[in-house]
Design a protein around this ligand. Structure first.
Ligand code: BGC
Length: 740
């Protein structure tokens, strides 16, 4: 600390000496943020557009200041490196220097996939929301907005002004260890939800981010893999999700991914960064590299990478030199800088300087619980075993690893640290202190609720046998930097569930998973709840559903296959011997991927694959049960600029509920599309017996296909079928119409 003080004093002295020359590092950075002298600068006029303001600042900048804005200054703990300026950081994933003489603040960046990362190391507190895949199961743009707003508030409270949340990779490979960080297999669902999340995150004055652009759909060999995929398939799946997300959310940043796509690394891929993102989509923010995903100066800059993170290997001195030598045009550097500045103005981080505050712990827990309640999917409910009837059930067995203490969370850079914990090691299995045992006990006073971890098969079976109901909390941990070998529950949990069901068929399995799981015991259990990684208040949310205080409404945002044999790639694509490490070590702009994945399934992603291949599934996309039932009737289609689909949904059961009513379209056969695609949905709240007319307006784009020859979206005239119902495989309403 003393040393730090001296350093600061030394720099302040240097500031006095060098006023006449170009601004030094100290001049650029040691004035305080929100410095009064900056207030009357013309670019501080909030009535001007972010573009005008960015342009004005750009004109004031020296070459060094421009370079400062296009790279990071290091990430604490980044392997093998000590970064001299980390004392200026906020303890997050990294930071970008500002230009404080001009009132431009530093960008303090944190990971925040389901809550703000690194609380333990920094002595802070963050709420853990249910994982993004869970939030996608709510199909609820408003819930996505609350999700983003909470993260935005907690980032600000902790001194950050940029998030790295916003994971939107489409689930092509459900064994991907980061599936929990994403929003499932459908581009329209994923894009709509991430867009709403980002919109509300940025409303808290943080720069939003959408990632990992693009097709980073597996972790194994992510730095060395080349994804081979046709343009049309890429456009209609992975890219469509990003396009919708960027249109709705206007994120300040898009993070390019580690992998290569069709031969070029994502962070130096001109087609993706410039032709698609910046030109076709008119994205005005900046492209930030994933951490260590930059491989060159000239190629990356020309391709459209604006900011290298977390350090300055390419975009520090080498970029400056390349500009001075004319290898990178000044106009190109200016475009990178302009984009960074624009996002700073557009997100409000200049006009609303960061102000630390105390995280609203109770408010956060309340939001986490509400979102979890909307995210937990009821997959099976034989003979109405659920909701549990407090008047009838006398004894409950709670079974499962740590089910007395907590629920598992997703790892990697998404990891949120639980209260009371020290910083977990990379890929530690972290259980949040939300105890299923305690939550169930609190719901059922007077009922005997006993616990067995499942480690002792005989004792576990005995407890199940003596109890009226057995509830097994089964977990499947996943993380960044790993993929699952298969979709089975680990640690012999399948065998344990078999033993429990043999002892007591009134068994309910609650899954804590980051992706789909296979369920060899499905016919033997009475009930299944998919709780995902349920966040800080997961256990209370599960208990509210188990006892019927909340009626489940969530629906799967991804297919649960019967077995890996039914996946588009039954065998995982793994790096061959010697493939790893090569791409990353070539530091000259010559980096080349060393192995390939071929997404030959093309357009057939997720349910589109199972539909087209006529493969039965365990649980289909869009599926989820309720404690009430719904009927659908009276479908009407009205063509127009948007196609309007109306129908009626009735709650035919005896309790209130919310139905996620889904609309799918089958495109004319000559388009060569898979049998159907989701084109819209509406979450309808209905009292017992109530019916409502539902209207879903469908954009022409959602009915279009990507035409590779003209590089554009086209609606093909012909016969379209519209279908409405409660899941991708339960669509009682169908109507054909000719659209021009
Ligand atoms: C991950 C990103 C993350 C970054 C910073 C990378 O390893 O892929 O998602 O934002 O690290 O922690």
């Amino acid at each position: 600390m003393k040393q730090l003080h001296c350093l600061r004093l030394g720099l302040t002295a240097a500031l006095a000496i060098s006023l006449a020359s170009a601004p030094s590092f100290a001049q650029r950075h040691l004035l305080h943020e929100g410095d009064e002298s900056a207030k009357d600068r013309p670019w501080m006029n909030a009535k001007l557009s972010p573009d005008e303001r960015a342009e004005m600042v750009l004109k004031e900048l020296t070459l060094d200041e421009k370079i400062d804005l296009v790279h990071g200054e290091g990430m604490p703990g980044w392997p093998g490196k000590v970064f001299p300026k980390t004392y200026l950081g906020n303890g997050g994933a990294g930071f970008v220097l500002g230009v404080e003489r001009l009132g431009i603040p530093m960008i303090q960046i944190s990971d925040a996939a389901y809550g703000v990362r690194s609380s333990a190391d920094n002595g802070r507190y963050s709420t853990a929301l249910p994982s993004p895949i869970a939030s996608a199961a709510s199909w609820d743009p408003q819930a996505a907005c609350e999700y983003g707003a909470l993260i935005g508030r907690e980032l600000r409270a902790q001194g950050y002004n940029m998030t790295l949340g916003g994971g939107t990779n489409i689930t092509r490979e459900p064994r991907n260890g980061r599936t929990f960080e994403y929003l499932g297999e459908d581009p329209i669902l994923a894009g709509t939800l991430v867009g709403n999340r980002i919109k509300c995150e940025q409303a808290q004055h943080v720069i939003g981010d959408i990632k990992h652009y693009v097709a980073n759909d597996q972790e194994a060999g992510r730095n060395e893999i080349n994804v081979v995929i046709g343009k049309r398939a890429l456009q209609e799946s992975d890219l469509l999700a990003f396009h919708i997300g960027t249109e709705i959310g206007n994120p300040g940043a898009v993070m390019c991914s580690y992998n290569a796509i069709n031969g070029d690394y994502a962070c130096e891929n001109k087609y993706l960064l410039t032709d698609v993102l910046k030109k076709a989509w008119k994205f005005k923010g900046f492209v930030v590299s994933d951490w260590g995903a930059t491989h060159s100066v000239v190629k990356a800059s020309a391709a459209g990478l604006d900011n290298e993170e977390p350090e300055d290997i390419y975009y520090g001195e080498p970029l400056k030199k390349a500009v001075q030598e004319g290898k990178v045009p000044v106009s190109e550097l200016d475009d990178h800088v302009r984009r960074v500045l624009r996002s700073e103005f557009a997100s409000g981080i200049v006009d609303f300087p960061k102000q630390r505050s105390v995280v609203d712990v109770e408010g956060g827990l309340e939001t986490a619980r509400q979102i979890a309640e909307q995210s937990i999917v009821l997959l099976k409910n034989d003979k109405g075993v659920l909701p549990l009837n407090r008047a009838k059930v006398r004894s409950i067995a709670i079974i499962g690893t740590n089910a007395d203490e907590g629920m598992i969370s997703g790892g990697g850079s998404a990891q949120v640290d639980p209260p009371g914990s020290t910083a977990p090691k990379w890929q530690a299995h972290v259980w949040f202190p939300t105890s299923p045992l305690k939550a169930v006990r609190a719901k059922a006073p007077g009922v005997s609720v006993k616990f067995a971890s499942g480690a002792d098969p005989a004792a576990t079976a005995a407890l199940a046998k003596e109890s009226d109901v057995a509830i097994v909390f089964a977990h499947q941990w996943t993380s960044e930097d790993m993929d699952l070998p298969n979709l089975s529950l680990p640690d012999n949990q399948d065998a344990m569930i078999d033993q429990v069901t043999a002892a007591n068929p009134r068994t309910i399995v609650v899954l804590e998973s980051g992706t789909a799981v296979t369920m060899p015991w499905i016919d033997k259990v009475s009930g299944v709840l998919e709780a995902w990684y349920a966040g800080s208040k997961g256990a209370d949310a599960v208990a509210n559903i188990l006892f019927g205080d909340v009626n489940p409404s969530a629906k799967l945002p991804m297919t649960f296959p019967r077995s890996e044999a039914d996946l588009p790639h039954p065998q995982r694509v793994i790096p061959p011997p010697g493939a790893l490490g090569k791409a990353a070590v070539m530091a000259t702009g010559e980096a080349k991927p060393t192995f390939e994945v071929h997404y030959d399934e093309g357009l057939k992603v997720g349910y589109k694959w199972y539909d087209a291949e006529k493969k039965p599934v365990l649980f289909p996309f869009g599926f989820g049960l309720s404690y009430t039932s719904y009927s659908y009737s009276n479908l009407k289609i009205k063509p127009g600029k948007q196609t309007t689909v109306t129908f009626e949904v009735k709650n035919t059961g005896s309790r209130p509920g919310a139905e996620i009513a889904q609309v799918y379209a089958a495109l004319p056969t000559e388009t060569g599309e898979p049998p159907k695609r989701l084109v819209g949905w509406s979450k309808v709240n209905l009292q017992a017996g109530e019916s409502k007319e539902v209207t879903v307006n469908i954009d022409a784009e959602y009915l279009s296909i990507f035409d590779e020859a003209s590089e554009s979206w086209k609606m093909v005239p012909g016969v379209y079928s519209f279908m409405a119902g409660g899941s991708s495989q339960d669509l009682p309403l169908v109507q054909k119409i000719t659209l021009k």
